[in-house]
Design a binder for this molecule. Sequence first.
Ligand SMILES: [Zn+2]
Length: 345
Amino acid sequence: MIKPIIQSFYQRISQQKNRLGNIFQPRAVVLLYHRINEFRPDPQLICTSPAHFEQHLKIIQEYYHPISLAQLGEGIQNKDLPRNSVVITFDDGFADNLWNAAPLLEKFGIPATIFVTSGFIDQPAEMISDVLEHILLGMDTPLKTLEIQVNDKMIRWNLDDPSPRPATWNVQSGSDPNLRQRCYREIHRLMRSLQPEERQNILSQLFVWANCTEKYRPERRIMNSEELRNISRSGLIEIGAHTISHPMLAKQSSSLQQQEISGSREQLEKILGHRVTSFAYPYGGSDAVDARTIGYVKAAGFRIACDNVPGTVGYRTDLFGLPRSLVRDWDNKTFYKQLKYAFLK
Ligand SMILES: [Zn+2]
């Protein structure tokens, strides 16, 4: 009789100890930036101004322990993470990371990883969200109706709307004051899960519809080969892969997933002349990644892969599903509060 009672008592104590152990284990937060710039409108909320980015770095340096993504990976494997570790990452590989972020990272001596969409390197092209912003929100096109053929279906939008298009509008705004904003929201959502070829087809139709000859704005581009070599030279900034054309991987065929994952690594390694071992899933989250995706990332030889869902990193975190906290254009007080909050998730 006594024996089972004692066993259950010890069991409860050890469960409690495990729970407390988890709470007191060192945690890390991986931050996710995109652009260090002041573009408006910023419908996807991916621009952080250089002034705000500098304030963020000051706070990280003063109150946290900045480490590289590779150090985070080693720390998880060796169960040896410094307390309050913060890792900085950037997605897509925009040229302003070189122009505006790298000088500040160097000033503070804080490491970062930039995940580059390799198909845009050395190309006169913008990422899809920029093209849509340019044509639907930025330009005044004469045609008031937009018709786009998607696969075998024709989709039509009425854009006859004289209402103003506030520059502060973004996809998180509760309403769309102008029909063009609604159209932007719908086309962006629709294109996310399509195949790269079909997305290119839609962009071509949009360029023709808008009679747009200016196919890209240089200040919006992805870094070129020379710039990628330069930015990674100091050793403070690591280049990681982010597929070739930025598709939602889980919605693609197995062969396309494989090609996008391994191909981006091969392209980057050819440019940089060294191994590329980190990967970030485009879009991230449960819709964007499936078991095949993770399998192909592992098979391609990557050692670590970042998601786009918030959360803290601890010793039990899966190295192929690292959570990341998105950073917006926050001033120093908001960033301080948000980072504190990120460690509680
Ligand atoms: Zn991305």
